[in-house]
Design a protein around this ligand. Structure first.
Ligand SMILES: [Zn+2]
Length: 257
């Protein structure tokens, strides 16, 4: 609220001063600035749905993520079909997570659709839970079809003694502050290398775990975690803090295993 008052005063001052009339349109921007969602205090997940009209699914949605994965149906599930190649471009800090962007060339095939890997990013601790169990870190590999349908492959990390060799390739490039960006072209990462050998997965319909919490997202959570060392975990935690949305109700959904 303070910001609004301050800005209104500034505008009042400016408009009575020598600045052109254009400045009067400024209050529109103030509204946008107010909706800086986050994970603590007045901008925490329980308030997301009230912060902006566009975020209303965060409180009204019935198929929200993350979830506690348990109580499964057990139909036949095809093995995860991935055709990934190298192609990391940059490592960015958007103030909510750290994210590795990818150029085209890594694809997921499911339900006769082609989902292209756009980016992966991290949450500490994990957002989804497996049989109530939380993990120290979770990666989300975000894919989209050409028509904009989303599929997220989730990889859990659990504590180990040795450094995770995939993370070791780029952890020194962690963008430490909001807005920071590091080039990852030379590292030439292949996101396939982050996944466990056994790619059995759980499947459910969910949402983005961040505003606007849009639904219709296909979630594929790998059953097996990959290791991460305490040092690596601390490096991520230091940048991310706690950026996990709380568990959302299952409602009428089926979880498949
Ligand atoms: Zn995520």
């Amino acid at each position: 609220m303070k910001k609004i008052v301050a800005l209104s005063l500034a505008i009042a001052f400016l408009t009575t001063g020598c600045v052109s009339k254009k400045v009067v349109t400024k209050p529109v921007e103030v509204k946008v600035h107010k909706a800086h969602w986050g994970y603590v205090g007045e901008y925490s997940p329980e308030h997301w749905g009230d912060m902006k009209e566009e975020y209303k699914m965060c409180k009204l949605g019935k198929n929200q993520s993350p979830v506690n994965l348990t109580d499964f149906k057990d139909p036949f599930m095809y093995p995860l079909k991935l055709k990934y190649s190298t192609g990391s471009t940059e490592f960015i800090n958007n103030g909510h997570t750290v994210q590795v962007n990818f150029k085209e060339g890594s694809e997921l095939y499911i339900d006769k659709k082609v989902y292209k890997l756009k980016q992966f990013h991290f949450h500490t601790p994990s957002e989804n839970r497996l049989y109530e169990k939380s993990f120290p870190m979770e990666a989300h590999l975000v894919h989209a079809t050409d028509s904009g349908e989303l599929a997220v492959v989730a990889v859990m990390f659990s504590g180990g003694f040795n450094d995770n060799p995939f993370l070791a390739k780029f952890i020194s490039k962690l963008p430490l502050t909001k807005g920071a960006k590091n080039n990852l072209v030379k590292e030439n990462l292949n996101a396939f290398d982050m996944m466990p050998d056994d790619k059995n997965y759980y499947r459910f319909n969910g949402s983005l775990t961040t505003p606007p919490c849009s639904e219709g997202v296909l979630w594929l959570v790998l059953k097996n975690p990959v290791p991460i060392s305490e040092n690596q975990l601390n490096a991520f935690r230091k940048v991310l803090g706690n950026n996990n949305r709380p568990i959302q109700p299952k409602n009428a959904r089926a979880f498949l295993k």
